[in-house]
Design a protein around this ligand. Structure first.
Ligand SMILES: *[C@@H]1O[C@H](CO)[C@@H](O)[C@H](O)[C@H]1NC(C)=O
Ligand SMILES: *[C@@H]1O[C@H](CO)[C@@H](O)[C@H](O)[C@H]1NC(C)=O
Length: 675
C-alpha cells in the first residue's frame, strides 16, 4: 500500500517534470512554455488550463479582473545597494485575446511590474485590474505596465481600441502606438488586430544604461522585428522599488474577451530567450466566440439537416401524395381493372403536355404507353369532387369494361384518386372525328369513309342500347366523341360518363350533361336521359358528318345558324343536297347523302317517341329498311304549328309512335322547347 502511494507520488512528480517544460536556472530568469500553477500567483479570474495555458479573463464574465504573477519578487531598484544593471530586464510572452464578439473585445492585458502580487480595490474595464479611479496616477503606485489595450476609454485617455501603451503609475499611457509590427522583409509597418484571437508575441526590453524601454509586437511565429513598436526613454529608477513582482493583469468590462498567456520568457540579467511558438500549448478550443461560432455552425448544420429531412420528407410525402390513390374495399373485386396511378403517371410521362391529346367534356386526355405490355393507351382524367355515387359509377364503368364492340372504344381500366377518376382506354391513333371534319386541309374524309363511320357508330350505339345485358346510355354522342382507329373506323368513346354526374343528385338541381345542339329538348326540360335522347344526339351527329358543320353555328346567315332548320329549309326548296358538306365537292352517293340528311331530321324530332330507334337507324343505313319520303311541302318545315309537319311525321312507320304534334321551329326546337 505504502509502496503504491510512493510510486504514485513518483509518477505525479515525473508527470510535472515531463509534462510542464519548466526551465529556470536562477530566480531572475525563466521561460515558461505553458504554465504550472506552482510558478504563479493567480488572482481573480485567472486560471491555468490543464495544457498549461494561462487564462486571465473569461469572456462570459463582465467587469472581471484576473492576475498572474511570478511567484517570487525580483530585485529591481538596487542603486542604493550599488548593484549595476539591476533595472534592466528583458522579457517576451505570447498572448491571445479572443473577443466575445468578433473584433469587439475588452479590455486588455498589461504586463506589469509592481511591488506586490496582491491586489485590493482595483477596477476592471479601462483600469485593467491594476488601479482604480482614486489611485490612478499616484506616484506611490510604483507601477510600470505595458498595456495591450483593446478598448478606447472616454476622453484623451486612450488613442484607440487597438494599441500598445507604456503606463507609469497611471493607465494614461506615457506613450502608446496603434498595434502594428515592423516587417523586416517588407521594410514597413503592418497593422495587426489585438483582438484577432490569434496568438501574438510581445517583447519588452529595458536597458538601464540607455534608459530606453523598447516594446516590440509581432504575430506569433514571426521572429522579433528589428524595429520596436515603442521605444521610450524612461528612467525606471524613479518609479520602481527594490523588490518587485512581475506578471500580468487583465480585465473585462461591458465588452469581454478570453485573454490568454501561452508562454513567457523573462531574464533580469540579459536578453530573454525568445519563445519558440511551436513549443507553446494550444489555445483552448474557443469556448465562447469560437464556441459560439461552433454553435452557429452547429445550428446551421442542424438547420441544414432539419431542412434536408423536411425536404426529403416533403419530397417523400409529395412523392407519396403524387402517387396516392383511393382504393376502397368494395373495389377489390375490380382488381384486374384497377390500374395504379404510378403506372399511369409513368405511362403518360407524368401527364406531360407532350402527351396531351385534348380536353373533352369530362376531362383532359393524355396518351400513354403502359410499361411491359407496350400497349398504347389514352388516359382520361375526370375530375369529380364528391364520393357520391362513385361506387355505383365505378361498378358501371367496370361492367362497361366488359363491353365489346368494334365500334366502341375499349375501356381498359380505371384508377381513383382524391377528386379524380382516371379512365384508361385503348389509344385511337387517328384521334377524334371532328378534327377531320373541320379540317380544311385535304385529304378530308371522303364520303365512303364518312358513311362507314356513321354506320359503325350507329351499330355501336345500338349495341349499347339493345344488345348488351343492360341498357347503356351514351348521353353525349357527337363528332368529338367519335374516335377513329387506325383503319378510320369510327368508335364511340366516353359512353356512360354522364352517369357520374347523375347519381344521387337532387332532381331539382340536376344539371344536364351533354352538348348544346345535341341535347334532346325533353332532356333539357326533365333532365332525364333515355335511349330517345341518345337518338336525338345521333341525329345531330349524322347531320354534322354529312354537312361538315356543327348543329349550331353562330357565325353565318341567320337561317343557317341551326343546322336542322337549314336542312329543312333546303329540303323545302327541294334541294336538300345543298346542305351537304361543300368539302366533299359533290363527291358522294346521292342516295346515301339524302338518306343521312333525312334520317338526321327524323332523329331530331321534338317528340321522343317520334324518333326512330337505333335498331331502325341501323336498318335504314344498311338499306334493310326504306326511309319514308319526306313530304315535298315547304309548310312541313315551317313553324312549330305546322300541320303539315304533323302529317308528315304521322306518316312514319308505326314504331315511330307519335304522342303529339311536333314543332320544328328555329332555336326553340333545339335548345329550349320546354316552354
Ligand atoms: C467562464 O465562465 C462561465 C460562466 O461563469 C463558466 O461556465 C465557464 O466554465 C468559464 N470558463 C472557464 C474556462 O473558466
Ligand atoms: C531599442 O530599440 C532601439 C532602436 O531599434 C535600439 O537601438 C536599442 O538598442 C533597443 N534597446 C533595447 C534594450 O533593445
Amino acid at each position: 500500500m505504502a509502496a503504491g502511494l510512493t510510486s504514485l507520488h513518483f509518477l505525479i512528480t515525473l508527470y510535472f517534470i515531463v509534462k510542464i517544460p519548466l526551465m529556470f536556472a536562477q530566480d531572475d530568469q525563466f521561460i515558461y512554455n505553458g504554465f504550472n500553477p506552482e510558478n504563479l500567483h493567480l488572482n481573480g479570474a485567472a486560471q491555468i488550463h490543464p495544457n498549461g495555458v494561462l487564462q486571465l479573463t473569461n469572456n462570459s464574465q463582465e467587469e472581471e479582473v484576473g492576475h498572474a504573477f511570478y511567484r517570487l519578487p525580483l530585485k529591481f531598484n538596487t542603486s542604493s545597494s550599488g548593484l549595476t544593471q539591476a533595472l534592466s530586464f528583458s522579457t517576451n510572452f505570447v498572448f491571445a485575446i479572443v473577443p466575445e464578439i468578433p473584433s469587439k473585445g475588452g479590455h486588455g492585458i498589461a504586463f506589469t511590474i509592481r511591488p506586490s502580487w496582491k491586489f485590493t480595490n482595483v477596477a476592471a474595464g479601462n483600469y485593467l485590474g491594476l488601479l482604480n479611479p482614486s489611485n490612478n496616477g499616484r506616484s506611490t503606485n510604483h507601477l510600470l505596465a505595458i498595456e495591450l489595450d483593446t478598448t478606447k476609454a472616454q476622453g484623451p485617455f486612450d488613442k484607440d481600441n487597438n494599441h500598445v501603451g507604456i503606463d507609469v503609475n497611471s493607465l494614461k499611457s506615457n506613450e502608446s502606438a496603434t498595434a502594428t509590427y515592423f516587417s523586416d522583409q517588407e521594410g514597413k509597418n503592418i497593422s495587426v488586430e489585438l483582438v484577432s484571437g490569434n496568438p501574438m508575441h510581445l517583447w519588452i526590453d529595458y536597458n538601464e544604461t540607455e534608459k530606453l524601454l523598447n516594446v516590440t509586437l509581432a504575430p506569433a511565429g514571426i521572429t522579433k522585428p528589428n524595429r520596436p513598436l515603442l521605444s521610450t526613454r524612461i528612467d525606471l529608477s524613479q518609479y520602481l522599488l527594490e523588490s518587485m513582482y512581475v506578471g500580468f493583469s487583465a480585465a473585462t468590462g461591458t465588452v469581454t474577451s478570453d485573454q490568454y498567456i501561452l508562454g513567457w520568457s523573462f531574464n533580469k540579467s540579459g536578453q530573454a530567450q525568445s519563445l519558440d511558438v511551436s513549443k507553446l500549448p494550444q489555445l483552448p478550443r474557443q469556448r465562447k466566440s469560437k464556441d459560439r461560432q461552433g454553435q452557429i455552425i452547429m445550428i446551421l448544420i442542424i438547420a441544414v439537416v432539419v431542412m434536408l429531412i423536411l425536404v426529403t420528407g416533403t419530397a417523400y410525402n409529395s412523392r407519396r401524395k403524387k402517387f396516392e390513390e383511393i382504393l376502397e374495399d368494395w373495389e377489390k373485386e375490380y382488381g384486374p381493372q384497377r390500374l395504379t396511378y404510378k403506372n399511369l403517371y409513368n405511362a403518360t410521362k407524368g401527364f406531360s403536355d407532350k402527351e396531351f391529346l385534348g380536353a373533352g367534356g369530362f376531362g383532359k386526355v393524355y396518351r400513354g404507353t403502359l410499361p411491359f405490355s407496350n400497349t398504347q393507351i389514352a388516359v382520361k382524367k375526370v375530375s369529380h369532387d364528391s364520393k357520391q355515387g362513385m361506387k355505383e359509377f365505378v361498378a358501371e364503368i367496370i361492367s362497361m369494361g366488359r363491353l365489346r364492340h368494334r365500334n366502341l372504344v375499349k375501356l381498359l381500366g380505371y384508377c381513383r384518386r382524391r377528386g379524380e377518376l382516371l379512365l384508361v382506354y385503348d389509344y385511337m391513333p387517328n384521334g377524334s372525328l371532328d378534327k377531320f371534319l373541320y379540317s380544311n386541309e385535304k385529304p378530308n374524309l371522303n364520303w365512303i369513309q364518312r358513311f362507314r363511320i356513321l354506320k359503325g357508330v350507329a351499330s355501336g350505339l345500338l349495341y349499347l342500347h339493345e344488345e348488351w345485358e343492360q341498357v347503356v346510355l351514351h348521353r353525349d354522342v357527337k363528332a368529338s366523341n367519335v374516335l377513329l382507329d387506325a383503319e378510320l373506323n369510327g368508335r364511340l368513346g366516353d359512353f356512360g360518363l354522364a352517369r357520374l354526374y347523375d347519381h344521387g343528385t337532387n332532381p331539382q338541381t340536376t344539371h344536364v350533361v351533354g352538348t348544346v345542339g345535341y341535347l334532346a329538348p325533353e332532356l333539357t326540360r326533365t333532365g332525364r336521359a333515355t335511349t330517345c335522347t341518345d337518338v336525338f344526339s345521333f341525329g345531330a351527329f349524322m347531320l354534322e358528318v354529312a354537312c361538315g358543320r356543327r348543329p349550331i353555328e353562330l357565325q353565318g346567315l341567320p337561317e343557317e345558324v341551326v343546322l336542322v332548320d337549314y336542312i329543312f329549309l333546303c329540303c323545302g326548296k327541294g334541294a336538300i343536297l345543298d346542305a351537304s358538306d361543300p368539302r366533299l365537292e359533290g363527291n358522294y352517293v346521292v342516295e346515301e347523302m339524302e338518306l343521312v340528311l333525312k334520317l338526321g331530321l327524323f332523329c331530331s324530332h321534338l317528340v321522343p317517341e317520334a324518333r326512330p330507334s337505333m335498331r331502325q337507324v341501323v336498318q335504314f343505313l344498311d338499306g334493310n329498311a326504306k326511309l319514308p319520303e319526306l313530304p315535298n311541302d315547304k309548310a312541313c318545315f315551317g313553324t312549330s304549328t305546322s300541320n303539315e309537319a304533323s302529317d308528315f311525321l304521322l306518316s312514319f312507320p308505326s314504331s315511330f309512335s307519335i304522342a303529339s304534334a311536333p314543332s320544328y321551329s328555329s332555336n326553340d326546337s333545339i335548345l329550349r322547347s320546354g316552354r
